[in-house]
Structure formats: structure tokens, C-alpha cells
Ligand binder design. Structure first.
Ligand code: ADP
Length: 279
């Protein structure tokens, strides 16, 4: 699904939080939203999902305005994983993933064979079949995160909206989640995800949008967006940018404040690349 945001603005009460956001995403593209805490990433995702209504501007999904879709249609188009992931009852993994089929069921209607097939497909894609009958409370953080992704995939959406899908996970689980997301994007899902880890974003995103105070400070390929100047402007820290040797992805290295000037001089862009053998 193509997603287009035209000059989107949003305010909580009268406090502006997003201002003039314009973005275009193609089918199967992965866009990472990065930026400091409070820059508006979650608010942008909620505007896209139709949970919040923009105060100005518009969102188009395959050229149709978002406001013209019913909530049920939007629930079929978007699989969302929100940042706050609490489960009130101790559901089993399978029962939770079945919730992903709600947008397809009538009131009091039970799951049909197609729904069950979609649930198992989603569990297979996220490698959680073996946990199907376990209560969610007995799973580790990384396993649980995969369950939330499975709920979103069981919706058989055309796009994924993910708010910090790897938050609080060990690196092995971070990679596992990102690999599943990349695989789904290759299968055609459009992905927009808020990520606080710039290096993980650089490694997996086709493009990045750097948000700062509710505006897009930079939009483009990771190597275009992640520059020391922009990161300094958005986050107020000094960094050096290098290339990862095995993947070729740009990598952000924090420099300690006292040595920042010295470090930048020593690790100029060309030198950094040579040292890492990439580029
Ligand atoms: P991010 O996801 O980048 O951390 P958020 O979208 O959560 O940023 O927040 C952007 C701004 O909107 C912050 O200043 C935050 O305090 C404010 N905000 C978030 N949610 C609400 C809300 N429900 N009511 C009022 N202000 C909010």
C-alpha cells in the first residue's frame, strides 16, 4: 500500500506536536522514524492509524483519503504494535493472536477456517507456534514482542505501524524482530516504525525521517539523514559517522563530550571509512 502524508499537522488541545509533515511511502518500503523523546514519533503513528485526527493536512492510502475509510477498514489495512503493550488477562498466545482477526468477524461470529489459517500463518512467520498454548505471562520479553507482531500480522494488513518494536530487547531478539519485519516488507508490506536505536534503523530502513520538535528535519536514505550536524541539532550530542564493515550500513558512534572536537577531527568521514574497511 502506498502511504502519502501531505502537510500533516496535529495538536493536543492547542499545543502543536506535529507541523507540516509531508512523506511518501511506496509499497514494501521500510521507513524508520527517529528523533529524540517527545519529537512526535508516536503521535505521527497514531495519526496514521486513524486513532488521532490531524488538525490540518491529509493522509492518503493508495490515493484515497484516510478519513474516508471506516475504522474497520483501517483495522484491516494497518497492523499496529503500540508502545504500551499490556495484556489485562492471562490469555494464551493463540487466543491473543486470534484477536488479530477481529476486524474480519461480525459481532459474536466465531473464527472460521480462513481465520484459523491466518492465525497459524502469523505464528509461523514470527516463530511462536511452539508457544501457542502458553499463557502470555510465561513468555520472555523477546517472545512476547513476537506475539504482538503476530497479532498485527494475523490482521493480514497492507502496512505495519510499529512503535519501538525492539524496546527492552537483547540484541539477539532485536535482530530477530527486525529480520521478520524486513521479510514482511519484501513480501510487500509497507512499514513505518519508530526506533530509538539509530544504528538498527540505519541497518534495516530503506529511508529514515528524522523528527525534531514535530517537524521533519531530514528525510532520505540513512546515509543522507545521519550526519553529525543533524544529529547534533536533534539530539544535542557529538557523533562520528562510520560504515559498518560487514553490512555497509552507516553507523553512529557517540563521542564523549570532552573529546568531541578531537574525535571528530581524528575520525573524518574518509578516514573513518578506511579504518573500518567499508565504504
Ligand atoms: P515520541 O514518540 O517521539 O517520544 P510523542 O509523540 O509521544 O513523541 O510525543 C510528542 C509530544 O506530544 C510530547 O511533548 C508529549 O509530551 C506530547 N503528548 C504525547 N501524548 C500526549 C497526550 N495524550 N496528551 C497531550 N500531550 C501528549
Amino acid at each position: 500500500m502506498r502511504i502519502s502524508l501531505q502537510n500533516l499537522s496535529f495538536a493536543y488541545d492547542s499545543r502543536p506536536v506535529l507541523e507540516g509533515i509531508t512523506l511518501e511511502l511506496g509499497e514494501g518500503e521500510i521507513l524508520a522514524l527517529v528523533g529524540p523523546n517527545g519529537s512526535g514519533k508516536s503521535t505521527l503513528l497514531r495519526n496514521l492509524a486513524g486513532i488521532l485526527r490531524p488538525t490540518a493536512g491529509s493522509v492518503y492510502l493508495d490515493f484515497k483519503e484516510l478519513q474516508k475509510f471506516t475504522p474497520r477498514e483501517l483495522a484491516r489495512l494497518f497492523g499496529a504494535v503500540e508502545q504500551e503493550r499490556h495484556v489485562g488477562f492471562d490469555f494464551t498466545v493463540r487466543e491473543l493472536v486470534e484477536l488479530g482477526r477481529l476486524p474480519y468477524l461480525g459481532r459474536l461470529e466465531r473464527l472460521g477456517p480462513e481465520d484459523r489459517a491466518a492465525v497459524w500463518r502469523a505464528m509461523a512467520l514470527t516463530h511462536i507456534e511452539e508457544f501457542a498454548d502458553r499463557p502470555i505471562s510465561t513468555l520472555s520479553g523477546g517472545e512476547r514482542q513476537r506475539v504482538f507482531l503476530a497479532i498485527a500480522l494475523a490482521q493480514e494488513p497492507k502496512a505495519l505501524l510499529l512503535d519501538e518494536p525492539t524496546a527492552h530487547l537483547d540484541i539477539n531478539y532485536q535482530l530477530e524482530i527486525m529480520e521478520i519485519i524486513r521479510e514482511r516488507a519484501r513480501a510487500g508490506l509497507t512499514v513505518i516504525m519508530a526506533l530509538h536505536d539509530l544504528n538498527l534503523a540505519a541497518q534495516y530502513a530503506d529511508r529514515m525521517a528524522l523528527l525534531h520538535r514535530g517537524r521533519v528535519l531530514a528525510l532520505g536514505r540513512p546515509e543522507e539523514v545521519l550526519t553529525p550536524e543533524r544529529i547534533k541539532e536533534a539530539f544535542g550530542v557529538e557523533v562520528a559517522i562510520t560504515r559498518s564493515y560487514p553490512t555497509g550500513a552507516v553507523q553512529v558512534q557517540l563521542l564523549p563530550p570532552a573529546r568531541a572536537g578531537q574525535g571528530l577531527a581524528r575520525l573524518g568521514p574518509d578516514e573513518g571509512r578506511d579504518e573500518d574497511g567499508g565504504g
